[in-house]
Every structure is written in C-alpha cells, then in structure tokens.
Write a protein that binds this ligand. Structure first.
Ligand SMILES: NC(=O)c1ccc[n+]([C@@H]2O[C@H](COP(=O)([O-])OP(=O)(O)OC[C@H]3O[C@@H](n4cnc5c(N)ncnc54)[C@H](O)[C@@H]3O)[C@@H](O)[C@H]2O)c1
Length: 282
C-alpha cells in the first residue's frame, strides 16, 4: 500500500514521518507555515538519508528519488487529494483543533485524518470535525526513521475502518503498531514512562539512590536500553513534567503528581541535554 500522504508540520516528527513514508514509496506533501520551516524539514530529511547511506543501510542512488517524492508547500489546500493526512504541529489543543477544522473542509471524503499528538485525547481533536469517525491517533516515536513503534489511538468515534487504514499505513512504512483502545491522557507509553520517572525522581529526591545507580538498576536489572532519568534528559525534563501534570489533572491519581525536584529543575532551567544540565551534565 502506497498512496498520497500529506504531513502538516515539518518539524522533528513531521519531517521524520514524511521521510519514512517517501522511502516506502508514498508521494508526500509536506506542509508548514513558512518556507523556512519546510526548508529546515527537507534539510533534516536529506541529512538523515545521508547518514543511512554512510552506514550502508541505503543506496546512494535512492536519496534523490526519495527526496523527489516529497513536495513542500505552505498552502494547506494541497492536502485535498491525500489518502491520509498526518498532523504533527505544536502540541497545543487549540492549534491542532484549528488545523483539523481546516482539514475537515479541505480533505476528500474517506481520507484518514491522523494526529501525531503524544498526549492530547484524540476525541477532543476529532470533535471539531464533521467526521470524527475518520480521525485517529498515530503516535510515532522520535527519531522516526529509527524507532519502530507506532501507538495507534482510537478516539471515542474512530471507526474500525479508519483504524485499519492507519495500521496498514504505519505497518507499510515499517512500524509495529500497538492499539490504545481508549484515548486516556498519556495513552499507554506516556503513562508508563511518567509513572516510572515520577517514582524514580522520588527515590532520588529522598536520597535513597543516586541518578546513576537508579538508571543502572533499570538497564541491568530490567534490560532497558536507557535508564528513566537519562531518558528524561533526552526527551526534556520540561516535557516529562508537562506530561505528568496532564495525566495527574486527568486522573487525580497521586502516583502522577510531579515531585518537587522535577518542578524545581524546570524552574531553574535544567531541562536535560538541550540545556546542558539535567539529571546529568552534558
Ligand atoms: N519530539 C518528540 O519526541 C515527539 C514524539 C512523539 C510525538 N510528538 C508530537 O508530535 C508533534 C510535533 O512535535 P515535533 O517535536 O515535531 O515539534 P516541532 O516543534 O519540531 O515541529 C512542529 C512544526 O509544526 C509547525 N506548525 C505549527 N503550526 C502549524 C500549522 N498550523 N500548520 C503547519 N505547520 C505548523 C511548526 O512551524 C513546526 O515546524 C507534537 O504533537 C508532539 O507532541 C513529539
């Protein structure tokens, strides 16, 4: 299965999704709000493809055809003939809802409208359209060309047909899907990592264990590729705090209440790798 894909948002995730789909033979329209953003997206894709070539995982002759399958635009109307649209704009409900209102007007009937949100309930995004049955969550992981997982999220009105089309798309571009049957805050993966990180931070905060030893325990005891605190530094301490707060707001479940250390690190600007300091120094 390869067809016409539109990706709205050419940032880290949107460009990654555009890349893997183009590698799998899809014709991709990549849309962002200005030319500088679409250019950054395509530059990122070129660099990523060249890394695959350098590692011997892609033929050098494949780079140009993959890039040729990606057309950039700032005009949202270019989504009109897409079979699937994946939205990957900023993680803000009102911005996503505005995009979906427009997609609802512009897309052909039957097109699948997917959101790459990592935590916003799909139902809230779908509700602004006249076709909530066609809206689904496709939560890809970063970096998209490397990470195999796609969390497929069913909104309250998502149809079986929409879910099946989204699954065929994600599997067709090389991903393995897990299905989240109800779009609870944080879905499954963010719930699990938030619960683990909150408990890990509490253990560090109360002096039970050092960050290094806690991460070593998870790596060597559980076979995790990275410990939860090193993972948080990579993702962003602020991103994790935001996720835990959202889940806590939704569930009132104490286990997601962000510990003081997490809040103070964010207030002080120790956000992880991106600022040079998190649970570790970089
Ligand atoms: N970064 C991650 O690790 C990760 C992982 C999984 C899911 N996500 C989710 O994916 C989505 C995108 O995240 P990202 O990290 O790629 O963000 P990003 O900031 O790298 O990119 C967002 C892009 O959207 C563009 N944009 C904003 N409004 C737009 C509009 N109306 N139309 C078109 N483009 C618009 C911005 O110009 C920007 O280029 C978010 O919902 C995020 O929560 C991120």
């Amino acid at each position: 299965m390869a067809g016409r894909l539109a990706v709205v948002g050419a940032g880290l995730m949107g460009s990654g999704i555009a890349q893997v789909a183009a590698q799998a033979g899809w014709q991709v329209t990549l849309r962002d709000i200005d030319d500088a953003a679409t250019r950054r997206g395509v530059d990122g894709i070129r660099v990523s493809l060249e890394k695959f070539v350098a590692k011997g995982r892609l033929d050098a002759g494949e780079v140009a055809p993959v890039l040729d399958r990606i057309t950039t635009t700032t005009d949202l109307a270019a989504v009109a003939d897409a079979d699937i649209v994946v939205e990957a704009v900023f993680e803000r409900l009102e911005i996503k809802q505005e995009v979906f209102r427009e997609l609802d007007k512009l897309c052909r009937p039957g097109a699948v409208l997917a959101t790459n949100t990592s935590a916003i309930p799909v139902t809230q995004i779908a509700a602004v359209t006249e076709r909530p049955e066609s809206v689904v969550g496709t939560h890809f992981f970063s970096p998209v060309p490397m990470m195999k997982l796609c969390e497929l999220v069913r909104g309250y009105k998502t149809s079986d047909e929409t879910l099946a089309t989204a699954r065929a798309f994600a599997e067709g571009i090389g991903k393995t899907c897990v299905v989240v049957n109800r779009d609870i805050a944080g879905f499954v993966t963010t719930r699990l990592i938030a619960a683990l990180v909150v408990e890990a931070v509490k253990l560090v905060e109360s002096g039970v264990v050092s960050p290094e030893d806690l991460d070593t325990a998870c790596r060597l005891g559980f076979g995790h590729a990275m410990g939860p605190l090193a993972t948080t530094d990579l993702t962003g301490v602020d991103v994790l705090l935001h996720a835990a707060k959202n889940i806590y707001t939704d569930t009132a479940d104490e286990k997601f209440f962000p510990p003081e250390l997490l809040q103070r690190m964010v207030a002080a600007g120790d956000l992880g790798r991106k600022t040079g300091q998190g649970f570790y120094s970089y």
